[in-house]
Structure formats: C-alpha cells, structure tokens
Design a protein around this ligand. Structure first.
Ligand code: PLP
Length: 414
C-alpha cells in the first residue's frame, strides 16, 4: 500500500481552503500566540537590558517587565508575587522542586511518593534520588488513569517528605484529584509538588484551593515560547524549604541563579494573562471539537478504545486506540496530520507508551493508539478532515492487513 493512495482517498474530503499539514499535537508544544510574540519582541531589541542591572534604565525596564510577568503568572494560579521563581521550563522546575525539597528535608525523612504515569522529568529525577539513598514509592493507577487516594494515604508514612503527582497527564489528559491529594499531604505535613504543565490555562488551577505547595509550569504548552517556565513555591502555611540546584549570582531569591530570559518571561506572563481571560470560553470550544472528533471516529469505526477517564480530562485531549492496525502504518497513512502515537511517545524506539501500559492497555492497543491534542488554533474543518482521514486510513489498513480476519474478530469484540 502506498502513502499516496491513502492520502488521495482522504484528499477528496479535504476542503480546498484547508492548510496541510494539520497540527493536532498541542500537548507536545503549542505555537506562540501572535499577541505573546508581539509583547516579547521589544525585549530582544530596544528593551534588551539585564533585569539584574541596578544602575541604569535598561536594567530597570527589564526588571519591571519581569515583575509584571511574575504578577501575570501569580494571578493565573492564585499565588503571590514572591512565590514565583522563573526557570528554563518544567524539566528544570520538576528537578528543582523534587531534588530541592528532598535535600532540604533529608533530616526529617527519606521517602518520596509519586505515580507510575508521571512525566520523565519527574520519574527520572526520582530515580536519581533513589541512587543517593531516598526511597521512592511509585503509586499505580487504575484503568482510567486515576490514582487511588487510599493507596496514597497508606503510602504517606512518617518518613514521607514529598508527594509529587501531576495535575494532568500529557498523554491521556487525565486530571488527578489534586485538591484531595493536597489535603492528605497537608494532614501529614508532607510537601505536595504538582507538575501542572498540561493543566495551566486549560482548566482552573488555584494553588490555595488545590492545596499545592510547589508547582511546575512551562510557557510552551500555553502558547508561549520554549525554554522558559516558572516554579511556584509556597511561602506560608507552610513555608516550603528548597535547596537551590543552580548556584551563581543569587537570582530569584537565591533559588535559581542565572541571568533571566527577559523576553521569554514576558512571553510567559502574556500567555498566562491571555489564558486567564480566555480559558473559560476556550475550554468549551476545545471540548466541543474534541467531542466532535471522538464521535466521528467512534461512529465511523469499530474497535476503537478511549484511553483514560473521559470525565476527569483536559478539554482538548483524546487518546484513542484502533484495534487491529499497526501504529506505525497508521501514522504513515495520516502523515499530513501531526499527532503523537502511543508507540513513540517516550523514545525514538517503538516501545509502547509506559503511561498507557500503566493503565493496563495491552502492548498492541498502546502501539495503535493516537494522542490527539486539540488547541487554540484548530478549527472544526481541521477536526473533520482528521476524523475522515483517520477513518479511511484505519479501514484501508484493516483491509490490507494479513492478520485481518483475526483482527476484525477482535475489533468486533472490543
Ligand atoms: N512535564 C510534563 C507533564 C510535560 O508534558 C512536559 C513537556 O513535555 C514537561 C514536564 C517538560 O517541560 P519542558 O519542555 O518545559 O522542559
């Protein structure tokens, strides 16, 4: 079967005005919103000052811009200004949060609790801490992707110094019960960190209501630039202690040294302000588009399976397996659509996604799964094109598959 055949079949469905390829991978990254870019540009040219320069106007101007952005970020999550530390993104934020809290509380205990479906930025950081003598509990998730709060309660023992559970999963979009997790942690005086990268600007996040003590954010998942993020660190009730991981000029209250990425920070701030104003409307539109895609795919195909809880989920996320198709061939067949596959999410190899496997999804279903991430700039016409293209491609692949008979039987059972 050639890609050309698959493409031309679906080509007839595409409206002439549709611009290909279609980007439907908004969990991986988002385009910079033109309004964000506009706010950033002067900070590369006329306002290029170093925010740490105290002796002239260039520095003051940059510092003012950074403080405005700090306010914009803080407002989006219900934090105060001094609780926002700018970072290079969420990988750094997760490292600083987890290593920083663990090291600061080493005297009190050695136990860290996380979940098997966390992002590698959290899991690999925990693994490294294990090598230096910390104990880590990896909580399992149920088949819908949610952790069990009783499991968590049991795990939080006297030696538990940190719980780190993500707000929303980057593959399935599943939203964990963050406020309850935070409550359990606070009852035991255990610090609660949440990687909220995927949730920020998509669902309401409030560090007070959610009982979160430390929270990682990155700009590039919320229509801001890459390479900039923020870490929220609670300053009262309780005041969280962190050991800095980067030493130097003592920027960001000594918690993260290094010259600030002023333009990037301005972009993050602007992105947060836009999200704050538009989130309610936007999330309605995204869930409408996501549900439309889901319905079309389910109506058009047998043997589809939704991965992860549908109620507790990000508005723009759809993670679906297509029984009896090879994931790689499916991706090749829809190569004018940018999506992620459960076969390739974590590495260059075609290993099935560890996140889906943690939900009990078979290797086969994980391999044939697609993560659709609908975002701010997607249209209904794009979603319709994607649905038609996926349906046609899956049907064609099933017809061509040598294992067709057995597979079809399985698809009918699913
Ligand atoms: N955490 C989650 C849940 C993510 O989805 C990502 C991005 O892939 C990261 C952390 C890493 O963020 P960054 O790209 O800012 O380092």
């Amino acid at each position: 079967m050639s890609k050309v055949n698959l493409a031309s079949d679906a080509g007839s469905i595409a409206s002439a005005s549709l611009k290909l390829p279609i980007y439907l991978d908004n969990h991986a990254t988002t385009p910079v919103d033109p309004r964000v870019l506009e706010a950033m540009l002067p900070y590369y040219t006329s306002h290029f000052g170093n925010a740490a320069s105290r002796s002239h106007q260039f520095g003051w101007q940059a510092e003012q811009a950074v403080e405005k952005a700090r306010d914009q970020v803080a407002k989006l999550i219900g934090a105060s200004l001094k609780e926002i530390i700018f970072t290079s993104g969420a990988t750094e934020g997760d490292n600083l949060a987890i290593k920083g809290v663990a090291q600061a509380h080493r005297e009190r205990g050695d136990h860290i609790i996380t979940a098997t479906t966390e992002h590698k930025a959290v899991l690999d950081t925990c693994r490294r801490l294990e090598k230096t003598g910390f104990r880590v509990t990896y909580l399992p998730v149920a088949s819908d992707g949610l952790i069990d709060l009783d499991d968590l309660s049991r795990a939080v023992d006297d030696k538990a110094i940190l719980v780190t559970i993500m707000y929303a999963n980057n593959e399935t979009g599943v939203l964990q019960p963050i406020a309850e997790i935070g409550r359990i942690c606070h009852e035991r005086s255990t610090v609660f960190h949440s990687d909220a990268v995927q949730a920020i600007g998509k669902v309401p996040v409030n560090v007070q209501d959610d009982n979160v003590d430390v929270m990682s954010i990155t700009a590039h998942k919320v229509y801001g630039p890459k390479g900039v993020g923020a870490l929220y660190v609670r300053r009262k009730n309780p005041r969280v202690q962190l050991v800095a991981q980067i030493d130097g000029g003592g920027h960001e209250h000594g918690m993260r040294s290094g010259t600030l990425n002023v333009a990037g920070i301005v972009g993050l701030g602007e992105a947060c302000e836009i999200a704050m104003k538009e989130m309610a409307e936007e999330s309605k539109r995204l869930s409408y588009l996501r549900d439309r895609l889901k319905k079309k795919l389910e109506d058009g195909l047998d043997g589809t399976r939704i991965n992860g809880n549908m109620q507790h989920r990000l508005p723009g996320n759809l993670n679906m397996s297509f029984a009896a198709v090879d994931g790689e061939s499916l991706l090749m067949g829809i190569n004018d659509i940018a999506v992620s596959s459960g076969a390739a999410c974590t590495s260059a190899s075609m290993e099935p996604s560890y996140v889906l496997k943690a939900l009990g999804v078979s290797d086969e279903d994980a391999q044939s799964s697609i993560r659709f991430g609908v975002g701010r700039f997607n249209t209904e016409a794009e979603v319709d094109y994607v649905a038609d293209k996926v349906i046609n491609t899956v049907k064609k692949l099933r017809e061509l598959s040598p294992a067709c008979e057995a597979a079809r039987a399985r698809a009918e059972l699913t």
